[in-house]
Design a protein around this ligand. Structure first.
Ligand code: DQA
Length: 144
């Protein structure tokens, strides 16, 4: 079983970006922590990051045919704007879990709305790297 973890716009800057909100972990560090947990859970992990919305949509389309059993997504600011990514996720027959490093509900009002929420099983926000790890656990539980 493969779980696909998608990282959206600006998330390659983790570790160099607003540590008060996002801490100091890098994207490579987050992916390494996810890979370690995937090993413990006995699942395969695939990860993808892009700063291009169309590339994200095309990666989601590819998940239809590559054996993806569940998706974890931190879409970054696209969370609040991208109906295109939401529509792409809605095509997938597998569970999708939304995650955020920061507590988006305690931040600026524009971050309080997720346009992805309508196609996600649930969301986890505010726990830093643990948001991803909890998201992976949730995705595995939903897919099994
Ligand atoms: C984020 C929260 C978003 O509002 C923001 O645009 C990001 C990161 C998070 O992980 O907390 O880029 O998704």
């Amino acid at each position: 079983m493969t779980v696909l973890v998608l990282h959206g716009v600006n998330l390659n800057m983790f570790g160099r970006r607003d540590p008060a909100q996002y801490g100091t972990a890098t994207l490579d560090g987050i992916n390494a922590a996810l890979a370690a947990l995937a090993g413990e859970l006995g699942v395969e992990l695939a990860t993808f990051q892009t700063n291009h919305e169309g590339a994200m949509v095309e990666r989601i389309h590819a998940a239809l045919d590559d054996g993806t059993a569940a998706v974890v997504i931190n879409a970054g600011a696209w969370t609040h704007t991208s109906h295109a990514i939401a529509d792409a996720l809605d095509i997938l027959p597998v569970p999708v879990v939304e995650v955020h490093m920061s507590n988006v509900h305690a931040r600026e009002p524009f971050r309080h709305e997720s346009v992805l929420a309508r196609v996600c099983a649930g969301s986890i926000a505010g726990f830093g790297v643990q948001s991803y790890l909890l998201g992976l656990r949730a995705a595995c539980a939903l897919a099994r």
